[in-house]
Design a protein around this ligand. Structure first.
Ligand SMILES: [Zn+2]
Length: 444
């Protein structure tokens, strides 16, 4: 974690683990993936802005931008609340809405609708007294332009626009058109290509726009909460969409008086890296798996015999779904890998770390961590336990592989976690029980 002052909590469930056997067929009626809720707070008084990503599951620009916002920003004045994955089940299914369009369920919804709980929970957040403005992130088709230019640039397209339902509401931040104008002016200064510039789209919802009347933003407006729809063009690749969303969100924050810092560069490549690099999941606090360049299948992963799984990740877009005896790891719209479990009892009472001599320097390393090695490492022997280096080829078959100097070439490449053959597993067992795992990454 880069920023300590980062609070994450799940509204109803701590673990994003599903147990359906047939996700591909969408038969998840009784399962639900809860969205996560991140509060970035500061000591300095200021407004609270709520950002919602992933209301439609096939709009990765929005939910990736919101995920970056939740994990790479620090707020220094005011507050930023983020729900990056509102429609999580649809995100991992790459579907606009597994149970229909969630953004048409805010005028009314039946209590037996599978999205009912999600809609009720997000409404509560929107109506929270602290929330001063709401930004709802979308990826829309083409490029919205007030006048028809061609098939891609016209009033029926949505991309590269700030949506308002009406010009004003009665609220200190209620001059929606003024705020939108300032945002568009600010971001357009930073966009070189005329075709990619932003426009304002007033849907004039109260004049009888029935479709827009059912949306999240109009629910907010009806309740006198300033709300804006942010539309980035689907014509762009995901990282470019994420970049434009963040550019617009930063403009909103500045104009509304929320101050922030971030730990990456807001550029196309900076956002691309923020999405694709340094992504890891941790299982049961004992196993770290690097997902950046993961193989499509990872075998013999030591899962708990009682099948209880606790998934943790810094990134809120990860989900684990049981599938025909194995587990699929989803990262937003992408399924990254299959984990093939091998079930063990866990040594819960034992040590939670091991000593490893890394390039000549001895260090204590906790399970569920990754070490970086230039040349070689030696795992120090552990009393009553054995070390198992997955894929290690020793000169002789040894039960305990502690106290051996290991180099990269001592591993068989196909056993690595990553496709590049640089990351391997050190596992520790006490008799038949699994104690924990450390990853070793060779730096070349
Ligand atoms: Zn949308």
């Amino acid at each position: 974690m880069l920023f300590k002052k980062y609070i994450i909590f799940f509204l109803t469930s701590a673990f994003v683990v599903l147990t359906s056997a047939c996700l591909g067929n969408l038969c998840l009626a009784n399962q639900s993936l809860q969205f996560s809720f991140h509060k970035l707070e500061s000591d300095k008084k200021g407004p609270t802005i709520l950002v919602v990503g992933g209301i439609q599951g096939d709009e990765p620009g929005g939910f990736n931008a919101a995920s970056i916002l939740a994990t790479r920003y620090k707020i220094t004045k005011g507050s930023l609340w983020i729900i990056p994955n509102l429609n999580f089940i649809s995100i991992i299914n790459r579907s606009r809405g597994v149970y229909g369009d969630l953004n048409r369920k805010f005028a009314d919804i039946r209590s037996d609708d599978p999205d009912y709980h999600t809609v009720m929970e997000i409404k509560k957040v929107i109506l929270n007294k602290k929330v001063d403005a709401i930004l709802n992130l979308h990826d829309g088709s083409g490029f919205y332009r007030k006048k028809y230019i061609d098939d891609m640039y016209n009033p029926d397209r949505w991309g590269q626009s700030i949506i308002i339902d009406q010009e004003k509401i009665n609220h200190p931040f209620g001059n929606l058109i003024e705020t939108a104008k300032k945002v568009v002016e600010d971001v357009n200064l930073k966009i070189k290509l005329q075709e990619e510039k932003y426009s304002i789209h007033n849907t004039k919802t109260s004049d009888g726009n029935e479709e827009m009347a059912k949306t999240l933003t109009y629910f907010a407006i009806r309740n006198l909460k300033p709300a804006f729809g942010l539309e980035v063009s689907k014509n762009f690749l995901t990282y470019k969409r994420g970049y434009y969303h963040l550019l617009v969100i930063e403009a909103f924050l500045k104009i509304l008086g929320v101050e922030f810092q971030k730990d990456f560069e807001l550029s196309f490549s900076g956002v691309k890296d923020a999405i694709n690099k340094d992504i890891q999941i941790c299982l049961n606090s004992k196993i770290l798996l690097d997902m950046e360049d993961a193989r499509r299948q990872l075998r013999y992963i030591p899962f708990r015999k009682d099948k209880k799984i606790e998934l943790n990740s810094r990134n809120p877009l990860f989900a684990l779904v049981e599938y025909q005896g194995k587990y699929r790891v989803f990262y937003g719209n992408r399924d990254i890998t299959y984990l093939y479990p091998q079930y063990f009892e866990y040594d819960e009472q034992g040590a939670d770390s091991i000593s490893i001599v890394i390039d000549g320097v001895e260090k204590t390393i906790h399970f569920g961590k990754m070490i970086e090695v230039k040349n070689h490492f030696i795992v120090k022997p552990i009393k009553n336990s054995r070390v198992n280096l997955i894929g290690f080829i020793g000169e002789e078959e040894k039960k305990d592989e502690a106290n051996i100097l290991i180099r990269k070439n001592d591993f068989i490449k196909k056993f690595s976690i990553d496709k590049s053959g640089l990351i391997y597993r050190i596992e520790v067992y006490k008799e038949e029980k699994f104690s924990g795992m450390v990853l070793v990454k060779f730096i070349i």
